[in-house]
Design a protein around this ligand. Sequence first.
Ligand SMILES: *[C@@H]1O[C@H](CO)[C@@H](O)[C@H](O)[C@H]1NC(C)=O
Length: 429
Amino acid sequence: MAASKKPRLRLRDVALCRLLTVVFVTLCGVLFLIFLLASNSSTGTHDIDNIDAYYHDLKFAKWPDLPQQNDLSLRLEKLNRLLPRNLDLYPTLAKNHIIVVLYVHNRPQYLRVVVESLSRVAGISETLLIVSHDGYFEEMNEIIDGIRFCQVKQIFAPYSPHLFSDSFPGVSANDCKDKDNSGEKHCEGNPDQYGNHRSPKIVSLKHHWWWMMNTVWDGLRETRDHAGHVLFIEEDHFIFPNAYRNLQVLTSLKTRKCPDCYAANLAPSDVNSRGEGWETLIAERMGNVGYSFNRTVWRKIHNKAKEFCFFDDYNWDITMWATVYPSFGSPVYSLRGPRTSAVHFGRCGLHQGQGENKACIDNGMVNINVEEPDTVSNIELDWEVHTYQNQLGYKAGFKGWGGWGDDRDRHLCLSFAKMYHSKGTASPL
Ligand SMILES: *[C@@H]1O[C@H](CO)[C@@H](O)[C@H](O)[C@H]1NC(C)=O
């Protein structure tokens, strides 16, 4: 009996062995394929029509309040899940790197200048650059595709009004316009405090900023666990070569030298100033050019989602100054150097009478001089902090410029704050 059992067992063993070999070989093949796809996606340009090949098999359920997505919106959401590019050139990020987030709409001639300035920033290769797009524009993508100076990840706001031609968050046929009376016209929408109905092009800025903030801090696998600071810049900010090194110094000094500082800034809050040139650090109200903060501060901001989303002003920065920062209950300062490391620029000739040395762009050329002190870190560790108290500017009590009265916008905004926080309904991008 025992003797006759043995060969059968062995036969079974042989079959099992073969099966295991087949499984093993298949597994190797699949792993190799995944490796090929991953290395492709990190170097090559992406083709939006061929994106299914890259699609990660993530469970992706929708937060119930988010609007119905169209084809483009769904495809962009898949692009958001691609690995960063240039992983072959820069396989690792430096310890204590500061992530840089560049948020853009559709001004390619500006973006070229910004990217060119970033390419000269000392230390940029140590970090990850995230480019957040409001809308999908080939010319913008081409510029980002050309970046070779650091890891780059592109993300696209999937609920941008620019992606929806006939439904919310874009315009729908039944929407009220301008100063329509919704009762008389039987149209949809709530007017703002000045009687005006929503304009998708105008609300897109605040939506994009809020979606981006939530996504960068809480939605991306690449950044969810980032412990340090994130720097935010826009498509019309020229960045000086010493920006990154200066920011490293500022963020390292911030808690010790300025306990009331929530952030570190590359530029003065007065966008026309290039700094005082003193030998001190400056603490002043939060600026909107080249600001950076950490996750602790983001949590405080995120906790004020209702204040942010229900304030009737279509500007994200004015909304922050008038509602979110004042609600923290203590002064909100930002630390910076005495000489700017970033400059906001506009079209030449548009702001005449505001001083000749205003930074501007004409035919793709920008009139900003990078001088010797702007090429290396120029902040001394032993400087005192000079604090500007009671600066002018938007603050608590300001009613808002309007443009943000529609319930649908307010609720979309709230959904962005919730979408990565409800167990089982959302997953990281
Ligand atoms: C983040 O920044 C705040 C404000 O400067 C500071 O109080 C806090 O200690 C920082 N958190 C971490 C984890 O560094």
